[in-house]
Write a protein that binds this ligand. Structure first.
Ligand code: ADP
Ligand code: MG
Length: 239
């Protein structure tokens, strides 16, 4: 169960009113949902509120039919992958991947089983004893993905996870992330500012500008029937 519902969600920071305004949205279980929009449009703010890293200043957030506005991140049963994937430099790949499970007191055998599955899936089996500085950018990104795989959480949040990678690796990792999501049946909320990434990865896409939803739809609808000029020019459709 991992349907995510946003009911009239808004956000103000101390010095900046209404960064987000009246966001209503329902994300289905098992859906690959992309939030796309230009820099400063409020994508990270929205994702961080869903994660529990940012206070919700208005509205109701439900995950799996439960109101979670005041639940701590670790009680929301979700995993997160960010742009600067923040591996612990002094820990090995294995220790980095298992860090969250240790904190949650998952037993040793279960940890090893999940580790095996996640590292096989991400092609990291031979790198377990290395430190982050001994890895390439792409390998580090795969460690961050493996860390979210071992969590076994049904909901995964990603904030521009591929934007530090070069173009070729990025194209490859898009396919990897999609494959992972399908295979694990994850509900995914994926933030990007890249239209191509949005259009090639999303089952559905929400276009955000200036804290407001411009359109929600599948890639073909967005392309063929953009709701307004902003969507048309952002997506690049001929309107
Ligand atoms: P995006 O991820 O789409 O680039 P953000 O959610 O990071 O957008 O930012 C949306 C707006 O909120 C921006 O105007 C940004 O300056 C502002 N903002 C983001 N984080 C904070 C913060 N911690 N304090 C004050 N303003 C913030
Ligand atoms: Mg952002």
């Amino acid at each position: 169960m991992s349907k995510v519902e946003l009911w009239d969600i808004s956000k103000s920071y101390d010095k900046q009113a209404n960064v987000l305004n009246g966001i209503n949205l329902s994300i289905e279980k098992g859906e690959f949902f992309v939030l796309v929009g230009p820099s400063g449009s409020g994508k990270s703010t929205l994702l961080r509120m869903i994660a529990g890293l940012e206070e919700i200043t208005g509205g109701t957030l439900k995950i799996a039919d439960q109101v979670v506005n005041h639940l701590r991140p670790k009680d929301r049963n979700l995993s997160m992958v960010f742009q600067n994937y923040a591996l612990y430099p002094h820990l090995t790949v294995e220790q980095n991947i298992l860090f969250g499970l240790r904190a949650k007191k998952v037993n040793k055998q279960e940890q090893q089983e999940r580790l095996k599955k996640a590292t096989a899936m991400m092609g990291l089996t031979d790198l377990l004893k290395r430190k982050p500085r001994e890895l390439s950018g792409g390998q580090r990104q795969r460690v961050a993905l493996a860390r979210s795989v071992v969590s076994d959480a049904p909901l995964c949040l990603m904030d521009e996870p591929l934007s530090n990678l070069d173009a070729k690796l990025r194209a490859h990792m898009r396919i990897e992330v999609r494959r992972l999501q399908k295979k694990l049946g994850l509900t995914m909320i994926y933030v990007t500012h890249d239209q191509v990434e949005a259009m090639t990865m999303g089952d559905r896409i929400m276009v955000l500008n200036d804290g407001k939803i411009q359109q929600v739809g599948d890639p073909i609808t967005l392309y063929n029937e953009p709701a307004n000029l902003f969507v048309a020019s952002f997506i690049g459709s001929p309107k």
